[in-house]
Design a protein around this ligand. Structure first.
Ligand code: ZN
Ligand code: ZN
Length: 297
């Protein structure tokens, strides 16, 4: 950081203390009532009536515990603060209290390897797109239950594709999609567990947040999805990379399109095909394209 960095003020309570502040059902009910209110604001009487509690003394006690950190109290009204919104977000993601499994269902899209209709399944907070015939797993990644409710299976699959790409893109750019902290990305020759998605690729991109528990093993092709050269390669051929689910893009999901030329220093090649044209990207690290070559076919 340069000399012109402004000074910062940091005040924090312990994380145990912060979570303890939420540790009563009346407090969670108060946050939910404020979230459902217009402008996320209610007067004392309205808020009291919205919460299932008989004793106003008990209600006032719990409300006071939320004030300042999760709820703002001013001019006799109560308003949800940013931290309160984030508690609601965590609840609505469904991760902590919902299990919404989806049995294997056929998608409208065919397997890039064998042409069989792909299968979508969602279990234990993990979504998977695979082929029942050639048994390839094309994408497997965590997904929140909030993305499953009120959507058809095709819609869930589309949301799953878009969210996964967003997570890869943001984390690959160094910003944690969960906590906004610093994410390091590096090539990794061996994923530590065989059952991790893309463990069968010759190299993956290891994303690791230095602040929270977020980590990921991403296919190399997933790290170049928004490289301008790749986007325009498809665009010039009348294809929209953005609208194609990753399981229809062999350079992303098929480890056979990735080659490990050298480890020290890293030189990784990704072969990308659209229509009858093929290019080869050489990467020195997950974010740095060293060269792009047209491949004669
Ligand atoms: Zn197949
Ligand atoms: Zn993080």
């Amino acid at each position: 950081m340069g000399e012109t960095e402004p000074s910062r003020e940091r005040t924090a309570i312990g994380p145990e203390e912060a979570f303890q502040l939420l540790g009563h059902e009346i407090r969670v009910q108060i946050l939910l009532a404020l979230w459902r209110a217009s402008d996320h604001t209610l007067g004392f009487a309205e808020l009291y009536n919205a919460v299932d509690v008989d004793d106003s003394g008990q209600f006032t006690y719990h409300l006071s515990k939320l004030e300042g950190r999760f709820v703002r109290h001013a001019d006799d009204t109560y308003e949800l603060l940013y931290a309160g919104h984030r508690v609601i977000d965590a609840i609505q993601s469904g991760v902590f209290h919902e299990r919404l499994d989806i049995d294997p269902a056929e998608l409208e899209t065919d397997c890039i390897e064998c042409g069989t209709a792909l299968t979508f399944v969602y279990r234990d907070h993990v979504a998977r797109v695979s082929c029942s015939d050639c048994e390839r797993v094309w994408l497997e990644y965590p997904f929140d239950p909030g993305g499953v409710v009120e959507r058809s299976v095709e819609e869930v699959a589309t949301a799953f594709d878009r969210r996964t790409r967003f997570v890869w893109r943001l984390a690959g750019a160094g910003v944690c999609p969960v906590c906004a902290g610093d994410v390091r990305s590096r090539f990794l020759a061996d994923v530590p567990r065989e059952d991790h998605y893309a463990a069968d690729h010759p190299v993956t991109v290891h994303l690791d947040c230095r602040r929270c528990s977020f980590f990921s093993y991403v296919p190399v092709g997933g790290a170049v999805l928004d490289q301008p050269a790749v986007v325009s390669f498809f665009f010039e051929r009348g294809r929209s990379l953005r609208d194609a689910p990753v399981w229809t893009l062999p350079f992303v999901v098929d480890g056979g399109r990735v080659e490990r030329r050298s480890i020290d220093p890293w030189r990784i090649q990704v072969t990308i095909t659209a229509d009858d044209s093929t290019i080869r990207l050489t990467l020195a690290d997950p974010g740095t394209v060293e060269s792009i070559d047209a491949v004669e076919t």
